[in-house]
Ligand binder design. Structure first.
Ligand code: PLP
Length: 421
């Protein structure tokens, strides 16, 4: 079906994410994407400011990734990984191990960020079980954090902003505290670790940027402190780089800016260049070693049906080719500079609390957004696809965005925020 028919026929059957279906205004019908543009069924052509939840780092429909997908589709779109392996997965695993710092070298594939974090949590807990330490069942995670929507990951999200209160009594209990960004918060974390360290399996954090929690930035020193605290108390450090991985903060991985190596890292979103779902949980050598035994029960008991889907791995390999052949990190730096210049005037607007930029992430934080629907509608009027949430208006464009397209996005934000948001 074309035109409005498919929309009318399907809308009363689809259940949309994070949406009060009773009151929400109808979603916009997208028909095609190209580069940094989203085309709508009504003919509008929007400049995309968020790269589909931070995934499409090379823009949409990049010909190199498209060709890799077509070739793989013809050869083998899917085969189970149980008992079988295939070239796209093995090549991707080796390439990720080469790219990641230190001895992060054992790659477990899955199909979404939440599952990658679930696997990391399970890995950390079983690591201790396999080593005979049964009491290490809790995690330390941080206010402002977001790690996914499944039950185990909800339990390590920010307790205020996540769904902790709604699901109180259902979620496993972990230690959620402040990031050790200042002396007071560091002392509090130290006290927590002194008192409870023997029950902690791992510290879990999004490095440098807590994304869905409000694009909150912290410095590399905070990460180094976490590595040091984890080492001193003998617990694992898990970095969730699902948002920050693959160049978004200016380096291939955010942890490189702190010069630390986590014990486990999670990747997704831009891993496949934003084309097909794919995620990975990558462990260091010593973590993997704890699962090696003559006892089959010490194996990692996990195996998503579509893990290491060949089509997704082929797209991810093509995406890594582009990081090698095109100047992505230079593009990130240029995007950062342009956003710094062009979002700076927002600082003088009365409703603006903060303007911050890191890598290719630009954030304007407001005191409050009194009419979110109106704000979204006004941004659309400017021909841009920008999705404010909570009190922030942010840009995470594709790294291939042109100067003009980025200028269009920043101008739209300046214009709309100059009206009362
Ligand atoms: C840091 C982080 N971890 C985990 C997730 C969950 O990923 P997914 O939505 O693919 O399950 C997200 C998604 O936004 C994320 O930003």
């Amino acid at each position: 079906m074309t035109g409005p028919d498919w929309r009318e026929a399907g809308l009363s059957h689809i259940w949309l994410p994070y949406t009060q279906m009773h009151t929400a205004s109808p979603p916009l019908p997208a028909t095609t994407t190209a580069g940094c543009r989203i085309h709508l069924a009504d003919g509008r052509n929007l400049v995309d400011g968020i790269a589909s939840w931070w995934t499409a780092c090379h823009g949409y429909n990049h010909p190199h990734i498209r060709q890799a997908a077509i070739d793989q589709l013809a050869r083998m779109p899917h085969v189970m990984l149980g008992g079988l392996v295939h070239e796209p997965a093995l090549r991707l695993a080796r390439r990720l191990a080469d790219l990641l710092p230190g001895d992060l070298e054992r790659v477990f594939f899955s199909d979404s960020g939440s599952v990658a974090v679930e696997v990391a949590i399970k890995m950390a807990m079983q690591y201790w079980l396999n080593r005979g330490q049964k009491a290490r069942t809790r995690l330390v995670a941080f206010r402002g954090g977001y790690h996914g929507d499944t039950l185990a990951t909800m339990a390590v999200c920010d307790p205020e902003e996540g769904m902790h209160s709604l699901f109180a009594g259902i979620l496993p209990q972990h230690f959620i505290t402040d990031l050790p960004s200042d002396d007071q918060a560091t002392a509090a974390l130290e006290r927590l670790m002194e008192a409870e360290g023997q029950h902690v399996a791992a510290i879990l954090v999004e490095p440098l940027v807590q994304g869905a929690g409000g694009m909150l930035f912290h410095d590399p020193a905070t990460l180094r402190r976490l590595r040091e605290i984890a080492d001193r108390h003998g617990v694992l450090l898990i970095l969730d780089e699902i948002f920050t991985g693959f160049g978004r903060t200016g380096t291939m991985f955010a942890c490189q800016q702190a010069d630390i190596v986590p014990d486990i890292i999670t990747l997704s979103k831009a891993l496949s260049g934003g084309t097909v779902p794919l995620a990975a949980t990558v462990a260091r050598r010593h973590v993997f070693a704890a699962f090696l035994s003559d006892d089959p029960m010490r194996a990692l008991m996990h195996g998503p049906t579509f893990m290491a889907n060949p089509l997704a791995c082929a797209c991810a390999n093509a995406s890594l080719d582009l990081f090698e052949s095109e100047p992505r990190l230079e593009q990130v730096a240029a995007i950062g500079m342009q956003m710094r210049d062009e979002l700076a005037p927002c600082r003088h607007l009365p409703a603006v609390r903060d303007v911050r930029v890191l890598g290719a992430i630009g954030v304007v934080e407001l005191e409050r957004i009194s009419d979110m629907n109106r704000l979204k509608a006004r941004l659309l009027d400017q021909g841009v696809w920008v999705r404010p949430f909570r009190t922030i208006v942010y840009l995470t464009p594709a790294f291939t965005i042109t100067k003009d397209e980025l200028g269009h996005l920043t101008r739209a934000i300046r214009t709309v925020l100059a009206e009362a948001p």
